[in-house]
Write a protein that binds this ligand. Structure first.
Ligand code: NAD
Ligand code: UGA
Length: 445
C-alpha cells in the first residue's frame, strides 16, 4: 500500500514517519520547498522527541521520501492523507479551510480511481462531505472514498501519542474507506487500540469536542486557582483530590498562565463559531475563549504590578514555547505576556531551549540568552512561563544571587517549599499560597 501525506508540519511529518515505521511506503509532500529540501537531507524540521531517529531509519530503508511534487505522488498513492493547516480566519474565528480546498483540488486532478482521500487536519463539521462533493465534481465518474481521520497527538509527545493512542477515530461513508483505514492502522489494532468507525460528521465533531473539553478543563482549574489565591486554598491539592474521581480524571488540571498552542486557541474559536453559525450556541466554549484571553493579560498585569512595587526594570522570561518539548510558539502565552511587559517599559531577557529561532521572528526588542542563568543575571524579576525540565533543576539560591531583584513568578507551579527554603526569593505561584522558611512565598501579589 502506498501512502501520500500532504503537508509535513507537526501532524503530517509525525504521521508520515510513523506510517513508514508501520512498514508502508510513504511519500510526504509539502509545498514549501525549503522544508522539503531539509527533510530530503535527513534534517528534522521540527523539534519533536524521538522523531529524528525514526525519520532517519525509515528514510534509509527506502520507505520514506519527501517531495514538492503533489500530482505525481498522488497519482501513485492508494491512500492520500491531508494534514495541511486549518488556522483561524481573521475576525470571526472560523477555521480557514483554504489550504484544505487547495489540496483537495490538486488531489482531485491527480488521484487514481479507487483512491482513499483522508482528511487528518482538524476540520469543522460538514467539511469532509463538502470536500467529497468538490472532488466528485472535479472528477465525475471516478470512484474514490472519503475518510475523516482526526489526529489527537500532542506536541512534545507526538511520536509516542501516534504510536500508542487512546483510540483511533475514523469517519467513513463507504466500506472501502473503512477497510483501508483498518489496514493502515493494523499495527495499532494488533496492540488492541480501539478504533471508532463512525460517520464523517461524528468524526469531525469528536475532534473539536475533545479539544474544547480539554481546553475547558484547563480553564476551569485556572479559575479554581484564582479562588484558591483569594481564599487560602491550594490548587494542586484541590486538583489532586478532584482528579481522583474517575468521572473527572487527573489530567489537564494543571493551573497555569492560560492555554496556548496551535490548536486549543484556534479550535475553541472555530468550535464556538460553528455553534453560532449552526444556531447551536456553544456558550461554555465561548466563555472558555474569553476567560483564557483575559487570563494571559492578567498574568502580565501581575508581573507589571510587582515591577512597579519593587522598582524592577527588567524581567527574565524562561520559556517561550507554548509547552515543553516543542519549538512551537503559536499562540503561546509568551506572545501576549512579553509584549505587555515591554509596553509597561520593562526590558525583557529571554531563554527557551528550542523555540528561540521561531520566537526571534515575532518578538522584537528582546535580549535572547544562551542559558536560563544568563537570562536571569541582573534581572529584577524572573518569570517561569514554560515548564521545561531544564528549569526544574535551577538552583534557586544561585537564581537569587544572580538577579538584581528577588521576585520569582512561577506560572507553572514547578517549585516547592524545600527548593525555595533559604533562597531569599519573593515567590509567586499560581493558586498556591505557600509559606516557607525565610523566603516570602505568596500566590497573589
Ligand atoms: P503546520 O502548519 O505545522 O503544517 C502544515 C503544512 O502543510 C505546512 O508545512 C504547509 O507548507 C503544508 N501545506 C499547506 N498546503 C499544502 C498543499 N496544498 N500541499 C502540500 N503541502 C501543503 O500544521 P500542523 O500543526 O501540522 O496542523 C495540521 C492540521 O492538524 C491542523 O488542522 C491542526 O489543527 C491539526 N492538528 C494539529 C496537531 C498539532 O499538534 N500540531 C495535533 C492534532 C491535529
Ligand atoms: C492538544 C491536545 O492535547 C491534543 O490531543 C490535540 O491533538 C492537539 O491539541 C491538537 O488538536 O492539535 P497540544 O496543543 O500539543 O495538544 O498540547 P497540550 O498538552 O494539550 O497543551 C495545550 C495547552 O494547554 C498548553 O499551553 C499547555 O500548557 C496548556 N495546559 C495543558 C495547561 O495549562 N494545563 C494542563 O493541565 C494541560
Amino acid at each position: 500500500m502506498k501512502i501520500a501525506m500532504i503537508g509535513t508540519g507537526y501532524v503530517g511529518l509525525v504521521s508520515g514517519v510513523c506510517f513508514a515505521e508501520f512498514g508502508f511506503t510513504v511519500a510526504c509532500v509539502d509545498k514549501n520547498p525549503a522544508i522539503v529540501k531539509r527533510l530530503q537531507a535527513g534534517e528534522v524540521t521540527i523539534f519533536e522527541p524521538g522523531l529524528d531517529e525514526l525519520l532517519a531509519r525509515n528514510a534509509r530503508d527506502g520507505r520514506l521520501t519527501f517531495t514538492t511534487e503533489l500530482a505525481e505522488t498522488v497519482a501513485e498513492a492508494d491512500v492520500i492523507f491531508v494534514a495541511v493547516g486549518t488556522p483561524s480566519r481573521r475576525g470571526d474565528g472560523e477555521a480557514d479551510l483554504q489550504y484544505i480546498h487547495a489540496a483537495a483540488d490538486e488531489i482531485a486532478a491527480a488521484m487514481k480511481p479507487n483512491a482513499v482521500v483522508v482528511i487528518k487536519s482538524t476540520v469543522v463539521v460538514g467539511t469532509n462531505a463538502d470536500v467529497r462533493d468538490r472532488i466528485a465534481k472535479a472528477r465525475p465518474g471516478v470512484p474514490f472514498s472519503m475518510v475523516s481521520n482526526p489526529e489527537f497527538l500532542r506536541e512534545g509527545s507526538a511520536v509516542e501519542d501516534f504510536l500508542r493512542p487512546d483510540r483511533v477515530v475514523v469517519g467513513v461513508h463507504d466500506d472501502a474507506g473503512a477497510a483501508a483505514m483498518k489496514r493502515v492502522y493494523r499495527p495499532l489494532y494488533l496492540r488492541e487500540t480501539p478504533m471508532i468507525v463512525t460517520t464523517l460528521e461524528n468524526a469531525e465533531i469528536i475532534k473539536y469536542a475533545a479539544n474544547a473539553f480539554l481546553a475547558m478543563k484547563v480553564t476551569f482549574i485556572n479559575e479554581v486557582a484564582d479562588l484558591c489565591e483569594k481564599s487560602g486554598g491550594n490548587v494542586q491539592d484541590v486538583a489532586r483530590a478532584i482528579g481522583m474521581d474517575n468521572r473527572i480524571g487527573s489530567k489537564f488540571l494543571h493551573a497555569g498562565p492560560g492555554f496556548g498552542g496551535s490548536c486549543f486557541p484556534k479550535d475553541t474559536r472555530a468550535y464556538a463559531a460553528t455553534g453560532r453559525k449552526m444556531n447551536a450556541p456553544q456558550t461554555l466554549i465561548e466563555q472558555v475563549v474569553t476567560v483564557n484571553e483575559q487570563r494571559k493579560r492578567s498574568m502580565a498585569e501581575r508581573i507589571v504590578q510587582a515591577a512597579k512595587r519593587s522598582g524592577a526594570k527588567s524581567v527574565a522570561v524562561l520559556g517561550i514555547a507554548f509547552k515543553p518539548n516543542t519549538d512551537d510558539i503559536r499562540e503561546s502565552p509568551a506572545l501576549d505576556i512579553v509584549p505587555a511587559l515591554q509596553s509597561a517599559g520593562l526590558a525583557v531577557r529571554a531563554h527557551d531551549p528550542e523555540a528561540r529561532s521561531a520566537a526571534e521572528q515575532v518578538l522584537t526588542g528582546v535580549t535572547w540568552c544562551k542559558s536560563a542563568y544568563d537570562a536571569i543575571e541582573g534581572a529584577g524579576i524572573t518569570v517561569l512561563l514554560t515548564e521545561w525540565n531544564a528549569y526544574r533543576s535551577l538552583n534557586l539560591k544561585t537564581v537569587s544571587q544572580l538577579m538584581s531583584g528577588n521576585i520569582l513568578f512561577d506560572l507553572r507551579n514547578v517549585f516547592n517549599e524545600q527548593e525555595l527554603e533559604g533562597s531569599g526569593l519573593e515567590y509567586y505561584s499560581v493558586g498556591r499560597p505557600l509559606s516557607c522558611g525565610r523566603s516570602r512565598v505568596k500566590s497573589d501579589p
